[in-house]
Every structure is written in C-alpha cells, then in structure tokens.
Design a binder for this molecule. Structure first.
Ligand SMILES: [Zn+2]
Length: 81
C-alpha cells in the first residue's frame, strides 16, 4: 500500500485520517462511526466514495489518473484468477 498512499491526492489522505481517527472512538462502521467521520471531515462521504472508486481502479491495473503522463483510461478487462 505504500505506493498507493504516496501517490494518493491530499483529499484521499484526509479521508483516511478522518476514518482512522473515528476508529479511536468507534470500532465498527455503524451510524455513530460515520457521524463521527463527518464531524471530523464534513466532505467525508464524497471523499470515501472517491477513494473506493480510485482503489478499485488501481487494483484493476489502471494507472493513476492524477499522474502527469498517465495514458487515457482503458476499460479494465476481467482478470483471470
Ligand atoms: Zn474502518
């Protein structure tokens, strides 16, 4: 995950920090947990959605869309196990 975090935009790092801080008080991912996340980071829901989409894209073999010389995105093919 080191590379992912090194390349992650600042907004994503803010989401991750809010998430982990919230876990100091709430262990699960229940309503109280997300309310705490939003208290720490008002844009939490939007940030989390973007992080999930980005991680899925990276895991599918996509290049970092924020990289300076990233090629145009291609539809990710189905990976064989
Ligand atoms: Zn969590």
């Amino acid at each position: 995950m080191d590379g992912v975090f090194r390349e992650a935009p600042e907004a994503f790092l803010r989401m991750i920090v809010a998430h982990e801080l919230a876990h100091l008080k709430e262990r699960g991912h229940d309503r109280a947990f997300y309310q705490l996340c939003h208290h720490i980071e008002p844009d939490y829901a939007a940030l989390e959605f973007a992080v999930r989409a980005w991680l899925c894209w990276m895991e599918s073999g996509g290049t970092n869309p924020w990289a300076q010389d990233a090629p145009a995105p291609q539809a990710p093919g189905l990976r064989s196990a």
